[in-house]
Design a protein around this ligand. Structure first.
Ligand SMILES: [Zn+2]
Length: 379
C-alpha cells in the first residue's frame, strides 16, 4: 500500500490553478490518489461560478462504524500579482512551502491525506474514514451542502468531522475552533408620507421613525453571550434617504444592518424578534415598513465532548500547545455540517489570501502527526 508525503502532495495540489470553482483536473488527481489507497470516490456536482459545474469529491474507506471525516476545499482566492515566487509553482525554499493554497488549504488537505495513507498502511482498524473535498468554499458554497445532501440520501452518517481549515495562529494547534457565530444582513425601509417641511401635520417623516428604530434596535439586549461566544451584536452599516430637496420631507428612508449572533439564536427566531421591535416603533410613528433579511450562516457549536478533549490532548503531546477552544474566524464549510459533531484544526493562517502565501514545512509535519495520532486514538 502506498503512503503519501505531505509536502510533495501539497506541492502537487498547489500546481492546479483552481481559482473560483475551476477544477483543472484536481478532483481526478485526488480520486486517483485516494483510489490507490483503497478509497471509493464519488464526484458530486454543484453549481459553479461560471457556466461549468463545480466538482466536489466524497471518498470513503471502510463501511462500518465509527465514521470519522476530514473536510477540505481545493479552491483558492486570486490576488496573484507581485509574488516573489510564482503562486502556482509549489516551490519549497528555505524551509517553506510557497504558493497559493499552501495554508488555505491545500496544505491541510495534503496533511490529512498523508496521515490517512500512513494510518491505513500501518494499522488494522474497525470503522470508516471519509473525505469531503469541496470546490467552492471561497465563493458560492454550494459544494458542501450538495455533498451532505448526497450523504443523507444514502443514509451515510458521519460521527465526527475534522475541518482542516487553517485555524492556528502563532503556532500549529494553538487554537481549535468548535463553532462559529451566525451572520445575517437586514434592510429595513420605512414609508411615511412626503410633504412640505413647513406644513407640520401634513406629512409623516420616515426619518424620525427610522432614527427611533435604529436607537431601539441598538439598545435591545439580545443575550449575554455564551462560554465560547461573545454577546450577539447588531451594527447598522448604511443609512439612506433619497432626497435632493432641503424643504421636502421624504417618502421613505432605509437602513442596512448586519448581525453576528451566537448559538443562543437561530436566524428565524431572530428575524421575528427584530421585526417585532421594528414594527412596534413604526406603528407608533404611523409608518409602514418593509424588512428584508439575508442569512449568510447560522451559528453552530459542538459542546466540548470526548473527541474534542482527545484532540486537545494530542495537540499538547505533539506541539506542547494547550489549544484554546474558541469560535473565532470567518465562515467555512463547517457551517453546512448540520448536527455533525466537529472541530476545525489546521495550519496557521498568517498568510492566507495574501501575496506570497507560504507555510513552514515544520508546520505541515506537525499537523500530519496530529492527524495521524487522532486516527490512532479515534479507532
Ligand atoms: Zn479555507
Amino acid at each position: 500500500m502506498k503512503t503519501y508525503n505531505e509536502v510533495k502532495l501539497a506541492q502537487e495540489l498547489i500546481r492546479f490553478p483552481t481559482i473560483k470553482t475551476e477544477d483543472k483536473g484536481i478532483m481526478k488527481f485526488l480520486s486517483k490518489k485516494l483510489n490507490d489507497i483503497g478509497f471509493k470516490c464519488t464526484v458530486i456536482k454543484s453549481k459553479g461560478t461560471g457556466p461549468k459545474l463545480a466538482l466536489n469529491l466524497y471518498a470513503r474507506f471502510g463501511k462500518s462504524k465509527p465514521h470519522i471525516n476530514f473536510l477540505g476545499h481545493t479552491d483558492v482566492v486570486a490576488n496573484l500579482n507581485n509574488w516573489k515566487i510564482p503562486p502556482f509553482k509549489g516551490v519549497v525554499r528555505n524551509g517553506y512551502l510557497n504558493g497559493r493554497g499552501s495554508q488555505d488549504m491545500k496544505g491541510g488537505i495534503a496533511c490529512f491525506i498523508s496521515a490517512i495513507s500512513k494510518f491505513i498502511k500501518n494499522k488494522k482498524f474497525k470503522g470508516s474514514i471519509s473525505i469531503i473535498i469541496t470546490a467552492d468554499e471561497e465563493t458560492t458554497g454550494y459544494g458542501c451542502p450538495a455533498t451532505i445532501k448526497y450523504l443523507k440520501k444514502r443514509r451515510e452518517k458521519i460521527d465526527f468531522s475534522i475541518v482542516a481549515e487553517p485555524s492556528s495562529n502563532i503556532s500549529v494547534g494553538d487554537e481549535i475552533r468548535i463553532g462559529r457565530r451566525g451572520s445575517m444582513n437586514g434592510i429595513v425601509t420605512v414609508y411615511g408620507k412626503s410633504g412640505h417641511s413647513a406644513f407640520t401635520g401634513s406629512y409623516i417623516n420616515p426619518c424620525t421613525a427610522l432614527a427611533k428604530i435604529i436607537a431601539k434596535l441598538k439598545s435591545a439586549s439580545l443575550d449575554n453571550g455564551t462560554k465560547f461566544m461573545p454577546p450577539s451584536n447588531l451594527e447598522f452599516t448604511k443609512i439612506n434617504v433619497d432626497n435632493l430637496s432641503e424643504n421636502v420631507v421624504p417618502q421613505s428612508a432605509s437602513a442596512k444592518f448586519n448581525i453576528r449572533f451566537n448559538s443562543k439564536h437561530k436566524s428565524a427566531s431572530l428575524k421575528k424578534k427584530l421585526s417585532k421591535i421594528i414594527n412596534a416603533v413604526a406603528k407608533k410613528e404611523k409608518c409602514k415598513t418593509k424588512i428584508e433579511y439575508r442569512v449568510s450562516g447560522e451559528a453552530f457549536y459542538t459542546k466540548p465532548n470526548k473527541e474534542i478533549y482527545m484532540v486537545k490532548k494530542i495537540v499538547k503531546k505533539v506541539t506542547g500547545n494547550s489549544a484554546k477552544l474558541n469560535c473565532r474566524g470567518g465562515t467555512s464549510d463547517s457551517r453546512f455540517l448540520g448536527s455533525i459533531p466537529r472541530l476545525e484544526l489546521g495550519l496557521r493562517n498568517t498568510t492566507i489570501h495574501m501575496v506570497d502565501e507560504r507555510s513552514p514545512i515544520s508546520d505541515l509535519k506537525k499537523l500530519t502527526k496530529i492527524y495521524y495520532n487522532i486516527l490512532e486514538n479515534y479507532f
